[in-house]
Each structure stands twice: as C-alpha cells, then as structure tokens.
Design a binder for this molecule. Sequence first.
Ligand code: ATP
Ligand code: MG
Length: 255
Amino acid sequence: MSATPEKLIEMRGVKLQFADKVILNGVDFSVRAQEVLVIMGLSGGGKSTLLSILLGLLKPNAGAVFFKEEDLTKLSRPKLNEARTHMGMVYQNAALISSMTVRENIGLPLEELSDKNASEIASIIDQKLELVGLKDAGDKLPSELSGGMEKRVGLARALALEPELVLFDEPSAGLDPINSKLIDDLIIQLRDKQKVTSIVVTHEMDSAFAVATRMAFLDQGKIILEAAPGEFRDSDNPIVSKFLSSYTDHERSKK
Ligand SMILES: Nc1ncnc2c1ncn2[C@@H]1O[C@H](COP(=O)(O)OP(=O)(O)OP(=O)(O)O)[C@@H](O)[C@H]1O
Ligand SMILES: [Mg+2]
C-alpha cells in the first residue's frame, strides 16, 4: 500500500490588507504532496499576493501558513530562508537578471543558498538546461531570448535547488500554444517523475485543465470553491461558472 500523501502546504484564515484595502480575507486551503493545485480568480483578486505569502516574502495580517508542519509566519529569518530553499518560484515576467547569462541566472540560487562547488553547480545547470530544452542557450543574455525561452529559464532557475514545491504565476500567459504546452508538459513531468508539488496561478483554461489535480477559485479574498477538475468544470457556483464560460468563449474567439 502506498503511503498516504501528506499535506505540504496549508493556509488557515490568512488575511492581508494593503493600507485599508482588504485583499485576502480568510483564505483556507491545503495542498498535498505531489498535487498540482491550480488557482484561478479575477485579475487584481490577490493571486500573486497569495503566492508571495506562501514564499514568506509577505507576512499576512492574520492567519497561519504551514509548510511541512511549520508556520512560516512564525519562523525566524534564518529558518524562513532554509524553508525557502525547498520552494521554487516561476515569476510571471520571468524576472531574470539582465546582466547575467542564462547559466549565471540558473546558478544564482545555488551560489547564494547551497554549499555546492563550481563543478557541481555547472553540472546542475547543464541538467536543468536540458530539462527545459535549452541546452544551447546557456551563454545567451536574457535580451537575446524569446518570451517562451525566458519563461523556461525562469523555470530552470526555480528548479536549481531541487525544490519540493514550485509556485507558478501565470506560466503560460503570453506564450504561443507550442511553448504553452511545453510548460504544461514540464509541470506534469515534474509531478510524475520528480514528485514535485505545484501551485499554478493561471487563467489559461487549456493549461489549467491539462495540469491540475485540483482547482481552487479565489474571489473577494476567499477560496469560494476547491474541487477536482471535473467537479470544478461542472460547478453551479454562479461566479465560477460565469468565469469559466466567459473564458471559454474568449479562447474560442481567439482560435
Ligand atoms: N505591494 C503592494 N502595495 C499595495 N497594493 C498592492 C501591492 N501588491 C498588490 N497590491 C494590490 O493588491 C491587489 C491584488 O493584487 P495581485 O497582484 O495579488 O492580484 P492578482 O490576482 O495576481 O491579479 P492578476 O490576475 O492581474 O495578476 C491589487 O488591487 C493590487 O493593486
Ligand atoms: Mg498576478
């Protein structure tokens, strides 16, 4: 019998406001190891903010954020930094350092957060470049890359420390269908072959349903629905079904 998958991440009652504007108003959800949770919601609803809280970059005004049993909101700076070495983030805009080559960008977390030597780092960089299909792009600068290549370098960098949890903020936004599918396939491959757990924020419906093992909808600062993909698609929650049907119409009109 296989082991029961454990909760890797859990948010409980998370509240966050910027000045007097309430963004998150009691967010509850959990993610088990090796799941891919897709989070959807309207623009400006707080999805990127939620990812920043999961990474420990933003401290919520209330609530708890458990990562492997430890509440990130209560950890000392060194312990938080240690926890962060187990998480990778793929930023919406790739967020590469423009003066560094692709290799240097991917190696950065290893230089900063691991005690690996230069040849170990070089071999990890080779392996990650291969994984994202960019073996020959190592010496290029970010300005020489297409948007799809930049995203893949961002993913390679997020994977450098072999994280257990990878957070994706709109990984396929702005990509053509081929690059978009490449990223989806990598997310699935990470889950199946490397037992990586992912949280993916996206509003690309095809991608969402391709990668998700579970889906959640954030609205008015709360998760209003959390369900398996089939149940999510058929939900009679009026906000979710309106969102899904308007995106389906929108994507159909693009084809
Ligand atoms: N550092 C900040 N200071 C003040 N307000 C902020 C800050 N970061 C985000 N906000 C506000 O918080 C709200 C939620 O932003 P967030 O970027 O999390 O939304 P989102 O769901 O990711 O949107 P999108 O789908 O457009 O990426 C927005 O109204 C935004 O203007
Ligand atoms: Mg966002």
